[in-house]
Design a binder for this molecule. Structure first.
Ligand code: GAP
Length: 436
């Protein structure tokens, strides 16, 4: 193999993502919107599969976790109780010369701006997105787009506890959009103002919190590895006490080695009884459960693995992406290969008639129908040279190409067989249509 490289610069990766229909800047015809991205035809398939993989692992394969899809706009009292209207802030400073804004905690040298200019005094900037419910824009109608999905879980805890017949320990999982008015979004989809979270709140007895905290750290780390993130690009970062979020008794981040440095993929937090106790106090509703063993009531503690869909997909794509300057056989044109795990590939397979002629097209379309009826997501492509069509599929990570050629339809040993081309090895073999 020749001149193989992983992602060297984000520019080439971002260009590939756009060219191949994975991710691009939102509202591009109007010049885009700062750090807002759209997932194209290929990207949305991958993102849906990633969310489905999380849901399967966290909800469908377990007896002790149930799902939820709560509203994005909650009663504003939720965010007062959770501490977000007061404490969900970042320290904002302004370059006094250029007026550019920065998060103080992200500046290497906190005494001056990256341009070397003096900085303003830090101000606490609240990250919640404000909106108004109904036609009147006054303080009575203020509401917030949710800043994290988990508050929808906490306010539904008692309801779900009662309807799901679960016992402590058990969890509630949710995937959905969250919104934060980030001061310095950036690094492609890593930090945006609108993003998707996958959060699970696991309710435990207080004396079992440490055990579950560790269990979830281990389980969540392995999940990323199972989806093709290289172990050497992952590490755990335990937050020092002084840096913990307002709700946390302990947090460990799963970090990934992005091209610009280590960054958080997911945080696993021991939230204690902070949230349920706060909602009990503010709503006046009892959030405690009865412990059959001790015959006492208690407010469960919460262990929370909270990940980002966009960041997880970004890490998976970065670790799957390879570029070959002179082609994979060292004598051709530049090629890109996305060796993404087949579980997350946008398409399970591509079906290609060797040439756009009957009866090849008819047989190929029948094969497409057959595979679709088996639940496979299949891409059909009949135009262009077969080599180019293979390369296009390699670039978006389709694990197999099934090619219908003349041997498939002519009398002979290979009648009713197709060529299967394997993405990673480029090996080809003939396989009976029937066996697909
Ligand atoms: N409920 C806890 C919570 O929200 P967090 O660490 O603030 O914790 C969880 O967020 C995950 O959500 C992060 O690990 C990250 O993957 C994702 N996330 C947070 N802010 C984000 C942003 N601005 N852009 C993209 N993803 C973000």
């Amino acid at each position: 193999m020749s001149d193989k490289s992983a992602v060297k610069s984000m520019e080439e990766f971002v260009a590939w993502a756009k060219r191949r229909g994975v991710i691009w800047q939102s509202s591009e015809i109007y010049g885009g919107l700062g750090s807002s991205y759209d997932y194209g035809p290929v990207g949305v398939e991958m993102k849906n599969r990633l969310k489905a993989a999380w849901w399967k692992t966290m909800v469908q394969e377990r007896d002790d976790i149930v799902g939820l899809d709560s509203a994005i706009i909650l009663n504003p009292k939720v965010w007062e109780a959770s501490g977000h209207t007061d404490s969900f802030t970042d320290p904002l400073v302004e370059d006094l010369v250029t007026q550019k804004r920065y998060r103080l905690d992200q500046l290497k040298d906190q005494t001056k701006s990256p341009d070397g200019n003096p900085l303003s005094e830090p101000k606490s900037f609240n990250l919640l997105f404000k909106t108004f419910i109904g036609p009147v824009e006054d303080s009575q109608s203020v509401a917030y787009l949710r800043g994290e999905t988990c508050q929808g879980i906490f306010v539904n805890f008692k309801q779900i506890y009662e309807v799901s017949r679960q016992k402590i320990p058990f969890g509630i999982a949710q995937i959905g959009k969250s919104f934060r008015n980030e001061i310095t979004p950036g690094n492609f989809t890593y930090r945006t103002r609108e993003f998707e979270q996958m959060e699970m709140e696991f309710f435990v007895k207080p004396d079992e919190a440490d055990k579950w905290y560790q269990k979830w750290i281990d389980a969540r780390l392995e999940w990323y590895v199972s989806l093709g993130v290289k172990r050497e690009n992952l590490r755990l970062y335990k937050h020092p006490k002084a840096d913990l979020a307002h709700y946390s008794k302990g947090t460990t981040d799963i970090e990934y080695k992005f091209p610009w440095g280590w960054g958080e993929l997911e945080g696993i937090a021991n939230r204690g009884d902070f949230d349920l106790a706060a909602h009990q106090k503010h709503s006046g509703k009892d959030m405690s459960v009865f412990d059959e063993e001790t015959k006492t009531k208690f407010i469960p503690w919460v262990i929370e693995p909270a990940g980002g869909v966009d960041r997880a997909l970004l890490a998976i794509l970065l670790d799957s992406w390879q570029h070959f300057e002179k082609g994979r056989k060292a004598d051709g044109e530049a090629e890109t290969l996305l060796s993404i795990t087949p579980k997350l590939a946008a398409y399970d397979a591509a079906v290609l008639p060797l040439v756009k002629k009957e009866p090849l097209v008819k047989v190929a379309k029948e094969l497409v129908q057959k595979l679709r009826s088996q639940g496979k997501n299949v891409f059909y492509d009949e135009s262009g040279s077969i080599g180019r069509r293979y390369r296009r599929q390699d670039e978006i990570g389709t694990p197999f190409c099934y090619t219908v050629d003349f041997e498939t339809v002519e009398v002979g040993d290979n009648k009713n067989t197709v060529t299967v081309r394997h993405r990673d090895t480029m090996e080809q073999e003939r396989i009976a249509l029937e066996s697909l």
